[in-house]
Ligand binder design. Structure first.
Ligand SMILES: Cc1cc2nc3c(=O)[nH]c(=O)nc-3n(C[C@H](O)[C@H](O)[C@H](O)COP(=O)(O)O)c2cc1C
Length: 199
C-alpha cells in the first residue's frame, strides 16, 4: 500500500513538471586528412574551425590513420583531405575511401550523408583538381551527396585547396580563410539535409 501511495505521488509530481524541450542531437562532420609534412593537416584544421562555427554542428578532426569505424558510422558528413602525390590523391587517402565504403556497406552506403574533398599540392596546377575529383567520384559512387567549396570571390570550387611549393610556400591567409568558409558552408548544408524530412 505504501509503495502504491509513493508511486502515485511520484507519478503526480512528474505530471506537474513542465515539459522539457528535447535537445536535438548535434550534426557531426568528420574532417579526415592524410598529411606527411603538415600542410594538409593545417588546411583541415581551418576547415574544422569553419565547421564548428555553425550552431548545432560538431567537428571531429582526425588524421586518417586515427579515424575509428565508429566515427565513420556516426558522421553525417565527411571531408577527406589529401596531399597531391604524382598528380592524384595519396595512397593513404585512397585506402581511407575504401574503408569508408566497407564500414558503410550495411548502411546503404552514404545515402543521406554529405561528403567533400580538400587538398594541398606543391605546384599551382599539377594535380589538385584531379586529386579532389578522385575523392568526389568515390563519394558519389557510394551515394553520398557531394558538396563543393567556396572561393573568396564568391565562386564555388571542388573543395578547399592550397599551393605549398617553393614558388608559393606554406598556407596563405587567403587559403586558410577559403577553407574556413568552405567548412562553414559544408556544415550548414549538412545540417539542413540532416534536418530535412526522410533524411
Ligand atoms: C612523392 C611526392 C609526390 C608529389 N607529387 C606532387 C604532384 O604531382 N603535384 C603537386 O602539386 N605536388 C606534389 N607533391 C607535393 C605535395 O603535394 C605538397 O608538398 C603537399 O602540400 C604535402 O602535403 P602534406 O604537408 O600534408 O604532406 C608531391 C610530394 C611528394 C612527397
Amino acid at each position: 500500500m505504501a509503495a502504491l501511495v509513493l508511486a502515485l505521488a511520484v507519478g503526480s509530481m512528474a505530471a506537474m513538471e513542465p515539459a522539457r524541450a528535447v535537445e536535438p542531437a548535434a550534426t557531426i562532420v568528420l574532417v579526415a586528412y592524410d598529411s606527411e609534412t603538415g600542410n594538409t593537416e593545417a588546411l583541415g584544421r581551418a576547415l574544422a574551425e569553419g565547421v564548428a562555427s555553425v550552431e548545432g554542428v560538431e567537428s571531429v578532426l582526425r588524421r586518417i590513420s586515427a579515424v575509428t569505424d565508429e566515427e565513420i558510422l556516426r558522421a553525417d558528413g565527411i571531408l577527406v583531405g589529401t596531399p597531391v602525390i604524382w598528380g592524384s590523391l595519396s595512397a593513404g587517402a585512397k585506402g581511407f575511401l575504401d574503408r569508408v565504403g566497407r564500414v558503410l556497406d550495411e548502411e546503404i552506403h552514404g545515402e543521406g550523408r554529405t561528403a567533400g574533398a580538400f587538398c594541398t599540392g606543391g605546384a599551382p596546377a599539377a594535380g589538385k583538381e584531379l586529386a579532389r575529383l578522385a575523392i568526389l567520384a568515390a563519394f558519389l559512387n557510394m551515394r553520398f551527396t557531394v558538396i563543393g567549396g567556396l572561393e573568396l570571390d564568391g565562386f564555388g570550387s571542388l573543395g578547399a585547396g592550397a599551393t605549398t611549393g617553393p614558388s608559393d610556400p606554406g598556407l596563405s591567409t587567403a587559403e586558410l580563410e577559403t577553407a574556413r568558409r568552405s567548412g562553414e558552408r559544408f556544415a550548414r548544408i549538412t545540417a539542413q539535409i540532416r534536418r530535412s524530412p526522410g533524411a
